[in-house]
Design a protein around this ligand. Structure first.
Ligand code: ZN
Length: 253
């Protein structure tokens, strides 16, 4: 397994390749050709959002237990919406609760980072277009959403798309076991499921979405959240964990 981090290094962003726990600076282009360069310490760096996606395509109601807790019927085909690039923040940055919009929830999700331009990709070739897996917190203004606001409005605020801490390559997310997906608030586990519970699995989502819109390198598909969503308050710390893809922690203010 290989993981990519993006860090602040000598005043600018740099990618790092992690293999067997050792870090090396990445020379070249993460989406094209690269080599592992100078070795550096794996601690003490400021972590940045691992990619700057042109869009995050989210999937709503993709776990049965979450659809049940929202009292919504299962969609016959994927329910997709977009979080704008301006909502992205990296690890350790603060989620900012806008004033007077009521309850705001965490949503722990397994994200898929697209590695190359994908238009009308078939399910069988879909995995060739994946760079790796990333933790996503699909932060949601639940009261606005339930009052009938569009998903874009309820989920598109600045800071409402924490991603990171890395992009993990070589994870077996389609196996019978799947990857565990967890959401923690203030050290308490609130969400726990697995990608094996996805109603629409990852290759199907890539085929479905790329038939609708071109996915660019760095774009993210966020595959939906399991049951256990709940409110965030100022002062909280929220952590999303996807097995093999690290832990994404953000404060709330
Ligand atoms: Zn979501």
């Amino acid at each position: 397994m290989r993981r990519f981090f993006r860090i602040e290094h000598n005043g600018g962003p740099r990618y790092v390749i992690e293999e067997q726990g050792a870090w090396r600076l990445l020379d070249g282009d993460i989406f094209a050709r690269y080599t592992a360069g100078e070795a550096i310490a794996s601690t003490g760096h400021k972590l940045l959002a691992p990619v700057l996606p042109s869009k995050i395509v989210c999937v709503g109601l993709n776990y049965k237990d979450h659809a049940a807790e929202q009292n919504k019927p299962l969609p016959p085909e994927p329910l997709i919406f977009i979080k704008p690039s301006t909502s992205v923040i990296g690890p350790d940055q603060a989620i900012v609760l806008p004033e007077e919009i009521g309850r705001v929830d965490h949503e722990a999700e397994c994200g898929v980072v697209i590695g190359k331009r994908a238009t009308r990709v078939s399910q069988s070739e879909a995995m060739d277009y994946v760079l790796g897996i990333i933790c996503v917190n699909d932060v949601t203004a639940r009261e606005l959403q339930n009052k009938g606001a569009s998903y874009t409005r309820a989920k598109g605020f600045d800071t409402f798309a924490p991603i990171g801490p890395c992009i993990a390559q070589g994870l077996d997310y389609n196996s019978a076991g799947g990857l565990t997906v967890e959401g923690w608030v203030n050290g308490e586990r609130r969400q726990a499921s697995s990608t094996k519970e996805l109603i629409f699995p990852i290759p199907m989502l890539i085929a479905y979405i790329s038939a609708n819109m071109t996915l660019l390198p760095g774009d993210i598909i966020s595959t939906g959240t399991p049951a256990g969503i709940g409110p965030l308050h100022a002062g909280d710390t929220v952590t999303i964990k996807v097995e093999g893809a690290g832990e994404l922690t953000n404060s709330v203010r």
